[in-house]
Design a protein around this ligand. Structure first.
Ligand SMILES: O=C1O[C@H](COP(=O)(O)O)[C@@H](O)[C@H](O)[C@H]1O
Length: 241
């Protein structure tokens, strides 16, 4: 039975450092249990702050980063290295500073990658990468999500057909938030993660956080973890819950 917890902290800086501390602990625990850990990263403003906070915490040295698998929940389908790509943001904030095993950094394909600008083929390629250890998606210890002001998570937008996608990944066209073409994990994959962490800061998120926590029909409200769902908010984002 999955439990939902809401944690509220004073501001975005405290939010970023408390999520970072939790993430390091969760990875250390997973590695102690079974030698590895799998984490799904997200993009967006608070995500960048969280990763920068991981880079700053001395506790990050307790992690064996060579035995962490990193995935992304969604990606803006742009050329490699584009500053708008979630991968580029994550590398700049943290990944380039860590002794990761490059084979375990599972970035989503770029629009100048092996499939060119074919987002469907890129989505299929990422599904194959995610399942390369077998036929099923591997155990995902923590899947982090930012929450858009419209209630989107990853690149699953309210009212968009991607909401109903049932495969492992989906290409997204006509995204209401730029850029228009994206690749995303689907809601069933998000819901299959052990722990789903929804992270939001700022008063621009207050309405949607309040609505999602009241059970409104929004992607953010459907993004629950198999074992645990954790909402981590600053006071401004939590103001209307
Ligand atoms: O476009 C995206 O937006 C969401 C939310 O971003 P935020 O800046 O409002 O926190 C993000 O989680 C997602 O990964 C990204 O592609």
């Amino acid at each position: 039975m999955s439990e939902t917890t809401v944690v509220v902290v004073p501001d975005a800086d405290v939010l970023a450092s408390s999520v970072a501390a939790r993430l390091v602990t969760r990875i250390v625990d997973a590695q102690a249990e079974r030698g590895t850990a799998a984490v799904v990263l997200t993009g967006g403003q608070i995500a960048a702050k969280v990763l920068a906070a991981v880079a700053e915490t001395p506790a990050a040295r307790a992690v064996d980063w060579s035995r962490v698998d990193l995935y992304w929940g969604d990606e803006r389908f742009l050329p490699a290295g584009d500053p708008e790509r979630n991968e580029t943001q994550a590398r700049a904030a943290l990944l380039d500073q860590l002794p990761l095993d490059p084979r375990r950094v599972h970035a989503m394909p770029a629009s100048d990658g092996p499939d060119g600008d074919d987002a469907e083929a890129a989505a299929r390629r990422y599904a194959a990468e995610l399942t390369s250890g077998g036929s099923a998606v591997p155990r995902l210890d923590v899947l982090m999500l930012g929450v858009g002001e419209d209630g989107h998570v990853a690149s699953i937008f309210p009212g968009h057909p991607v909401r109903d996608a049932t495969g492992i990944t989906a290409a997204v066209h006509d995204s209401p938030k730029p850029p228009p073409v994206r690749v995303t994990l689907t809601m069933p994959v998000i819901r299959g993660a052990d722990e789903v962490w929804l992270i939001a800061a700022g008063d621009g998120k207050a309405d949607v956080v309040g609505a999602a926590l009241s059970g409104a029909d929004l992607p953010a409200a459907h993004a629950t973890g198999g074992r645990r769902t954790l909402w981590m908010l600053d006071e401004a984002a939590a103001a209307k819950r």
